[in-house]
Design a protein around this ligand. Structure first.
Ligand SMILES: Nc1nc2c(ncn2[C@@H]2O[C@H](COP(=O)(O)OP(=O)(O)O)[C@@H](O)[C@H]2O)c(=O)[nH]1
Ligand SMILES: Nc1ncnc2c1ncn2[C@@H]1O[C@H](COP(=O)(O)OP(=O)(O)O)[C@@H](O)[C@H]1O
Length: 555
């Protein structure tokens, strides 16, 4: 990869993370959510599912029951549990099914056992079911992401169905007639999280893979808190940019509550460890009117966001989310290998490589920071910094006022305060040069609003974050003084999930382990989401400081 180097003699990683010890994360593995795949007969569901399974053994297929006859090559208990109408109806009456439906004159259904068998192996359960089944599963409360696979056109759908050669003429006509209604279900509010157009199979596979990664990570919903995205019309192909990403559909109603709202069937599958992002938990964030969120993001399409501390945690997650939201992303960090890994991840998720610029840079080194705008304009002559996410920050344990190390204090001031100031100045000068002012978002910490109790010595770190609070407000005032339309926001998260964080906070690994089980921390993706809320806020309001606390955290 061509990670840019901000100076010839660029720095090597010095062994600390480019995000603060209070604010960084590596995440805890969650149980996968299920992935429900819907779409008309012949659209390519089976083909895509096969490709997902070929790509990873972390997926398990929910083997449905059906009364239809096996096709050539289909094996009982592998492709389907083939059964009789009488037996099927008996088992339905016995309550053995999560859902069932009459489809094309046959009964199809997902048994509780089919889902349990996959979940018990810790795998992501893939359900290939029809629209009626999807509605039932949605109601059941199963933790799942719902995807609709749409054909590029009705003609192409017919072409594929005929080409498959597994149905009689009468069966094909029945399937095509049903397809119209199935496609119309895209518009049903809250049914699907994503719509993927299976036009180009490679691209559709990439898109489904990126959604499936969210399911593997135990997510539900589509990762936005935005119910206003209109599903694209199935009749036309998506634009090139859209094609690179799955389309979020109108999200389901109870996003984060899905696991708690179901009755009997819910208990049939294990619940994932964590809930969805804090969209419904954070007052400042939910104050962004949903109807304007998408509009707000639309103005950032193709704009350039520079994110510092991109090698891990919040910075990494922010790069991902911004890139997937259509911005061009400049990822700044000291560790080249991490930037390479980030690039690979983004490309696998469908981000065009042309929209990502990794730059090796130490934000405490002035010459390297000053070089950033030049590197950006070399790559994208039409652009400059529109959004700056000052995320890089760090903390040191040996920093108590009683007996702390001067070197640690210097390091913290250099990164958390001076580094932020230099990045901010260079970004603003770049905006000034182009005559267009964007948005600067400082990732602070709850430590910017309080000082830790006891002898553990968190005051210096807190002082840097208190300074950041003053700098954020000061920047806003300067912008007003200059009468420029610069937006300034800050986000102050509580502890973000990482074992390292908890260990460093509690000192002792055993205690840490217990606490780690006991407390739910925030996730890096939650904070990335808050960055989007800042960017998406409508013109007439500015999000100042978002304080984000994990609801279960008591310290
Ligand atoms: N509700 C429900 N639908 C299912 C189930 N299994 C398969 N289907 C759906 O039944 C329809 C017909 O499936 P199938 O006979 O395999 O034909 P195909 O769609 O042409 O592959 C498809 O829309 C499947 O998604 C199930 O367990 N429940
Ligand atoms: N993107 C695509 N372009 C062209 N043909 C495709 C594409 N996706 C799937 N197909 C073909 O379309 C036919 C139907 O796919 P299949 O996976 O059986 O659909 P489903 O499971 O939705 O009924 C198969 O012959 C498959 O090879």
């Amino acid at each position: 990869m061509g990670a840019e180097q901000s100076t010839e003699a660029g720095p090597q990683s010095q062994g600390y993370q480019a995000t603060s010890s209070q604010d960084k994360d590596v995440g805890r593995p969650a149980l996968p959510s299920a992935l429900v795949i819907c779409g008309p007969s012949g659209v390519g569901k089976g083909t895509l599912i096969q490709r997902l399974q070929q790509g990873s053994d972390r997926f398990g297929f929910s083997c449905s029951h059906t009364t239809r006859k096996p096709r050539a090559g289909e094996q009982d208990n592998l492709h389907y549990h083939f059964t009789t109408k009488e037996q099927f109806e008996k088992e339905i009456a016995e309550g053995k099914f999560l859902e069932y439906a009459y489809v094309h004159d046959n009964i199809y259904g997902t048994s509780l056992k089919a889902v349990q068998d996959v979940a018990a192996k810790g795998k992501c359960c893939l359900l290939d079911i029809d629209v009626q089944g999807a509605r039932q599963v949605r109601k059941s409360g199963l933790r799942a992401i719902f995807v609709f696979i749409a054909p590029p056109s009705e003609e192409e759908l017919e072409h594929r169905l005929r080409g498959r050669g597994t149905e009689s003429e009468e069966q094909i006509n029945r399937r095509l007639a049903a397809a119209k209604q199935e496609i119309a279900s895209i518009k049903e509010p809250g049914l699907y999280d994503y719509v993927i157009f299976n036009d180009d199979l490679e691209e559709a596979t990439l898109q489904l893979t990126s959604v499936a990664e969210r399911a593997l990570a135990g997510k539900i919903g589509n990762g936005t808190d935005n119910p206003t995205v209109q599903p694209a019309s199935p009749a036309k192909s998506p634009t090139q940019k859209q094609a690179a990403k799955p389309q979020p559909a109108q999200p389901q109603q109870p996003s984060g509550e899905a696991s708690s709202s179901g009755a009997g069937a819910v208990a049939a599958v294990p619940k994932a460890v964590h809930t969805e992002p804090v969209a419904t938990q954070t007052s400042s964030a939910s104050a962004v009117p949903a109807a304007t969120t998408q509009e707000g993001l639309a103005r950032w399409q193709g704009k350039v966001a520079l994110v510092t501390g991109a090698s891990a945690g919040i910075g990494w997650a922010t790069c991902e989310l911004l890139a997937l939201s259509g911005l061009r992303v400049v990822a700044v960090a000291r560790r080249r290998d991490r930037l390479e890994a980030l690039q690979q991840t983004l490309v696998a998720k469908g981000v065009p490589i042309a929209d990502f610029l990794p730059v090796v840079c130490d934000i405490t080194k002035e010459a390297e920071v000053v070089a950033l705008p030049r590197i950006i304009v070399k790559r994208w002559p039409d652009a400059g910094v529109d959004v700056l996410v000052n995320n890089a920050g760090m903390g040191r344990n040996n920093a108590a006022l009683f007996d702390g190390s001067t070197a640690s204090w210097v390091e913290m001031i250099s990164t958390n305060v001076l580094g932020v100031c230099m990045c901010t100045r260079e970004a603003i000068q770049d905006m000034k040069r182009r005559g267009t002012y964007g948005h600067i978002i400082n990732v602070s910490s709850l430590s910017g609003h309080r000082v830790a109790h006891g002898a553990s010595g968190g005051a210096f770190y807190a002082a840097t974050k208190h300074a950041l609070k003053a700098l954020t407000e000061g920047l806003r005032q300067e912008a007003r003084g200059h009468k420029v339309d610069l937006r300034v926001s800050s986000i102050s998260p509580g502890m973000v999930e990482t074992e390292f964080n908890v260990v460093s906070s509690f000192g002792n690994e055993d205690v840490a382990k217990k606490k780690y089980e006991q407390f739910k921390c925030l996730e890096a993706a939650d904070i990335a989401q808050a960055v989007l809320w800042c960017l998406a806020s409508p013109d007439h309001m500015e999000v100042n400081d978002i304080l984000i606390r994990p609801t279960a955290q008591v310290f």
